[in-house]
Ligand binder design. Structure first.
Ligand code: NAG
Ligand code: NAG
Ligand code: NAG
Length: 338
């Protein structure tokens, strides 16, 4: 039994539906967490896992499936690699479609394209323009490669293919944001809703040569009653590692459904526990997260601060600077051009 499981992990499953269509799946991971925003296509009952592979093979939109032994359920999804479950008592397993071709049309992990899935988009804006989302106006996990290595990022195909660089969702399990500069540079977080994409990746996205130079940022804050606040920062720029990943922008603008809600976003260098530019304020250490903290000793650390470590208690550090003393349940920072 153990041997089968180990072999199953290493072997790519080949499933032949018709002579002209074939799909290759590989086993991915089950991630235990409580926040999920899966893009489910359908949920059907099957007799065996291979039947779930067949369901996914026959659907050109299917890129992943979750099969659960306990109730023989088969769920198919538009995007993603791993599956997020609050527990795995149902003995579920997750599979990603690595390639599936039917009648000359190939489905690749979202973001890859070509007859062998040999090409990849450089960012979500290119993906949006090329319609990789095939008209699905959703937030979809997409592979992009603006620099030397590909990574998965949430692209919002409702809105020009803007990219999520930070996600905070209080319904997620604990995620430590009290991390080093190296970790903030590379990115961390096991679920897209509670994740920092990485300074170097942000830098790569905005410095991809073919792109127009002017990126914007949106900070999207959602309250527990679903009302929201959006703040836009225009002509966003980020300096390189050598100059401390300083942010800059021209102007900002906000709108919300509950009145003024502008948030400050200082034009500072990035500080972390081990690379702290905030002097005796020690902002990253005090609040448990890296950020573009204000370097002026007279200005409060928490100005526009969104990354502090949260533990689900509702008194998490990243909401300390809430401009309306209202609890926010989700905060997303998105990068794009429009
Ligand atoms: C999927 O189907 C299973 C079994 O038929 C059911 O228990 C489960 O609630 C369904 N899940 C969703 C997300 O609809
Ligand atoms: C962040 O980590 C540092 C170093 O481990 C620690 O001293 C500090 O107390 C932590 N801060 C918070 C708010 O957890
Ligand atoms: C979560 O963090 C808050 C603020 O630091 C603290 O008061 C609370 O005890 C923590 N709760 C848990 C469950 O760790």
């Amino acid at each position: 039994m153990k041997l089968v499981a180990i072999l199953g992990f290493h072997l790519t499953l080949i499933f032949v539906v018709k002579s002209l269509s074939h799909s290759y799946f590989s086993k991915s991971s089950i991630i235990i967490n409580t926040c999920n925003s899966d893009n489910l296509i359908k949920n059907v009952t099957v007799q065996h896992r291979f039947q779930c592979s067949a369901v996914c093979s026959q659907d050109t939109d299917c890129r992943r499936y979750l099969y659960c032994e306990s109730d023989l359920s088969c769920k198919t999804y538009l995007d993603g690699t791993d599956c997020i479950l609050s527990d795995n008592s149902g003995d579920c397993s997750c599979y990603r479609k690595d390639i599936g071709c039917t009648g000359g049309m190939c489905t690749c992990p979202l973001g890859y394209y070509g007859n062998k899935c040999e090409n990849i988009i450089k960012d979500c804006l290119e993906g949006f323009a090329a319609n990789v989302h095939r008209g699905h106006k959703k937030h979809l996990l997409t592979f992009i490669q603006p620099g030397s290595t590909p990574f998965e990022i949430i692209c919002d195909y409702n809105f020009h293919g803007i990219m999520r660089i930070l996600g905070r969702d209080k319904s997620c399990l604990f995620q430590n944001f009290n991390k080093t500069m190296q970790e903030y540079r590379n990115g961390f977080g096991i679920v897209p809703n509670n994740r920092w994409i990485g300074l170097e990746r942000i830098y790569e996205i905005i410095n991809t040569p073919a792109d127009p130079p002017s990126f914007n940022i949106i900070v999207y804050m959602i309250r527990s009653d679903d009302s929201y606040c959006q703040t836009y920062f225009y002509n966003f720029d980020l300096s390189d590692a050598g100059t401390g990943y300083r942010i800059n922008y021209d102007t900002s603008l906000h709108n919300s459904d509950f009145g003024g809600c502008g948030i400050p976003f200082g034009r500072n260098r990035f500080s972390t526990i081990d690379d702290d530019r905030t002097g005796s304020k020690s902002c990253p250490r005090t609040y448990g997260g890296g950020w573009w903290f204000n370097e002026d000793p007279a200005v409060d650390c928490t100005n526009g601060f969104f990354t502090g470590t949260m533990n689900g208690s509702g008194v998490d550090n990243y909401l300390l600077d809430d401009p309306h003393s209202q609890p926010y349940s989700e905060i997303y920072v998105m990068l794009g051009i429009w």
